[in-house]
Design a protein around this ligand. Structure first.
Ligand code: CAA
Ligand code: FAD
Length: 380
């Protein structure tokens, strides 16, 4: 067993750290206030290879492993979780889904553009009546010979306003239950495809989240991914990897807040000494460091399982469950260590606390992760 990072991993982590410090930190508070994330920054992340981290270089990707992906996600998330959710969705839901399950023509048409950042992708599973209960898809795709006709509503779609390519899950044959679900590649701008207004959110406010409406949208038959009826398994398999990305996002939010709290506790004085010298604060720092390190081990184990070709359904669910809990709890502690300053925007920890909450909700709530883990534990 070896817990060390390779020299290459350290270089990748440092490159992501530099980008986060130099490009993401300036303006992060303003972007959160204004609920925006400039296209220019998305392009910069594409140029650095952050939008196709694990994609084969023959499709324009960086060809890195899942450990590298986690390291990049952690560094970006320490500073700006709105940036890292764009990276996570594009990498582990859209690019992964296409690289592993799309046919050659689909990969040639879409994957290179998505991996290089020329295109941005969105993943559309959730619906107003089908969130956790994802098999209850109400969106329909009716087979009309050479095309499908798509009707329905998807909500909460990350990058919903700015994406170029949407992977849309829909019911093609209700009688077959989840075996009658398919996944489709849907291009932006098709007739009948409408993007709703941006959601006004608690956290990750820079990330654009939208409801999408499909009214008789004609999707070419060749845009279906995999064999007929593969759509639900496609979503589940893809989400297992996505959960590693969100677990790494939670880890980054927690470690970012910890680093700020540690620094502040060494500078701020009360009762004639730096507050880190009060045992109540020192013990908070000890707990934070321990919890974050435990989360990091679970996140790295899930990434390692993926790199080794092991099944990672359970390890990704455990990593997401635990890291998101740590993110929520430890960002609250970081605010506490900052006292009144923690309650205002200039010190960043209040934003990290708000951003932490979403990691317990999207890509499967904590309750859903417990369903996945408990089934694994009981059924082996
Ligand atoms: N890999 C392959 N197949 C899988 C699978 C996996 N990991 N998990 C389930 N399946 C298969 C099952 O084997 C079953 O197929 P068979 O009948 O052929 O065996 C089928 O899928 C249905 O599985 P279940 O009976 O387990 O289905 P369920 O109704 O009990 O639901 C669930 C399972 C795990 C709760 C699932 O519905 C789920 O994950 N829900 C949460 C949805 C979610 O995570 N949404 C995230 C949206 S994307 C997002 O959020 C992005 C973002 O924010 C940035
Ligand atoms: P519900 O399913 O209604 O759950 C409500 C509560 O009940 C939760 O606490 C849940 O854990 C609990 N619950 C439900 N069923 C059970 C059960 N069987 N046992 C125990 N507890 C249960 N989706 C996408 O497809 N693509 C995206 O890009 C995307 N991005 C998102 C971005 C944001 C900012 C947000 C807020 C959501 C995003 N989502 C996306 C949707 C997200 O995945 C769902 O919100 C999530 O899966 C939960 O679904 P729901 O909101 O319908 O909650």
């Amino acid at each position: 067993m070896n817990f060390s990072l390779t020299e290459e991993h350290i270089m990748i982590r440092d490159a992501a750290r530099d980008f986060a410090q130099n490009e993401l930190l300036p303006g992060v508070i303003e972007r959160d206030n204004k609920q925006e994330f400039p296209d220019e920054l998305v392009k910069k992340m594409g140029a650095l290879g952050f939008l196709g981290i694990m994609v084969d270089p023959k499709y324009g990707g960086s060809g890195m492993d899942a450990i590298s992906y986690v390291l990049i996600m952690e560094e970006l998330s320490k500073i700006d979780a709105s940036a890292s959710v764009i990276v996570s969705v594009n990498n582990s839901l859209v690019c992964y889904g296409l690289e592993y399950y799309a046919n050659q023509e689909q990969k040639d048409k879409y994957l290179t553009k998505l991996a290089t950042g020329e295109f941005l992708g969105a993943f559309c599973l959730s619906e107003p009546e089908a969130g956790s209960d994802a098999t209850s898809q109400q969106t329909t795709a009716i087979d009309k010979g050479d095309h499908y006709v798509l009707n329905g509503t998807k909500n909460w779609i990350t990058s919903g306003g700015r994406a170029d390519v949407y992977l849309v899950i829909a019911q093609t044959d209700r009688d077959k239950g989840h075996h009658g679900i398919n996944a489709f590649i849907v291009d932006k701008g098709l007739e009948g495809f409408h993007v709703g207004p941006k959601e006004d959110k608690l956290g990750i406010r820079g990330s654009d989240t939208h409801t999408l409406q499909f009214n008789d949208v004609k999707v070419p038959k060749e845009n279906r991914i995999g064999v007929d009826g593969f759509g639900f398994k496609f979503a589940m398999k893809t989400l297992s990897g996505g959960r590693i990305g969100i677990a790494a996002q939670a880890l980054g939010i927690a470690s970012g807040a910890y680093e700020l709290a540690l620094k502040y506790s060494k500078e701020r004085k009360s009762f004639g000494t730096e507050i880190c010298n009060h045992q109540a604060i020192a013990f908070k720092l000890a707990d934070m460091y321990t919890e974050i390190e435990a989360a990091r081990l679970l996140v790295m184990k899930a990434a390692w399982d993926k790199d080794q070709g092991n099944n990672y359904d359970m390890s990704s669910a455990m990593a997401k469950l635990y890291a998101s809990k740590v993110a929520m709890e430890q960002t609250v502690e970081a605010v506490q260590i900052h006292g009144g300053n923690g309650f205002v925007k200039d010190y960043h920890v209040e934003r990290l606390m708000r951003d932490a909450k979403i990691t317990q909700i999207y890509e499967g709530t904590s309750e859903i992760q417990k369903i996945v883990i408990s089934r694994g534990v009981i059924n082996g």
